[in-house]
Write a protein that binds this ligand. Structure first.
Ligand code: SAM
Length: 275
């Protein structure tokens, strides 16, 4: 089997469309075409993708820094995009262990790039499907100590996963007290028309896609302690200064800038602690 058929260059893939939004090079024409269709419906999807990456960095810095987390399980990792989660975590905590999981063959093809971490820490990659969380847990136990806190990140993933509540509950159940759940999720709350049209682009190509309202996204955190500021638009989660994402100039009112971003970013973010 040649490399292109192995990676299925004839149908768009979620990871490769996301790579196109981020301005990466790891996608095929079929992904670019589908992504361009989304960009017609949601013209700011590239800003949203950047804001999503910036949230990963802020949340990871919080976990590896203030919260003292030393183990990370990132499911739905995507094609490597610098800085990757392990680089952010290991900059603050060189001994941090990071396990990445994705089900897309193109992410597997790039896994080597994800596994170059600090000598003191560890980074691993598991090829697995989020719809089978028990298999992910079984493999992850080879690298992570589940009796100690873990930062579980499900970022821009769950809207692509059937049975997302059960998947999340199974994963969270396996975590020790003091662990964290970090999430972003697609919503139609701000631009219902654009998001509905986007969902049609994905579904029309056989890709599962299910946005949720804020109240539905909040349910993922049942039984957990949501950190301040709760479930908020992605760019609003503890975003003091994020150059390039929310361009805060001295003459601009940060609240006004954040408000102007709300309509552009169709997603919520939150971080919660397992008691
Ligand atoms: C939009 S990308 C997000 C990448 C990264 N988490 C981020 O936020 O920058 C979604 C990722 O989830 C992966 N994914 C989608 N469904 C999955 C599943 N059932 N199991 C594992 N990974 C999945 C895709 O392959 C893709 O890499």
């Amino acid at each position: 089997m040649d490399r292109s058929s192995d990676l299925n260059a004839n149908e768009p893939h979620v990871a490769r469309m996301y790579d196109y939004y981020l301005g990466g090079k790891d996608h095929y024409q079929v992904d670019a075409d589908a992504a361009e269709m989304v960009m017609e419906k949601l013209p700011d999807v590239r800003v949203a993708a950047q804001a999503n990456r910036a949230f990963i960095h802020r949340a990871t810095r919080y976990l590896a820094g203030e919260a003292g987390v030393r183990q990370f399980l990132d499911i739905g990792t995507g094609i490597p995009t610098e800085p990757n989660l392990h680089q952010v975590a290991q900059e603050l905590a060189p001994d941090a262990r990071v396990v990445y999981v994705d089900n897309d063959p193109i992410v597997l093809a790039h896994a080597r790039a994800l596994m170059v971490g600090t000598p003191e820490g560890r980074t691993e990659y598991i090829q697995a499907d989020a719809t089978r969380p028990q298999e992910i847990l079984e493999s992850a136990r080879n690298f992570l100590d589940f009796s100690e806190p873990i930062g579980l990140s499900l970022i821009a993933l769950l809207n692509f996963v059937p049975g997302a509540y059960e998947v999340t509950a199974t994963l969270v159940d396996a975590l020790a007290s003091g662990s964290y759940l970090v999430m972003t999720h697609l919503t139609g709350d701000f631009d219902p028309v654009g998001v509905a049209a986007t969902v049609e682009v994905y579904r029309g190509r056989g890709l599962y896609c299910h946005p949720r309202a804020k109240s539905e996204i909040t349910q993922f955190f049942d039984g957990l302690e949501l950190l301040e500021p709760g479930v908020v638009p992605i760019h609003r989660w503890r975003n003091t200064v994020e150059p390039g994402v929310v361009p805060i100039h001295p003459w601009q009112d940060p609240d006004e800038v954040a408000k102007s971003m709300d309509a552009k970013i169709p997603g919520y973010a939150a971080v919660a602690r397992k008691p």
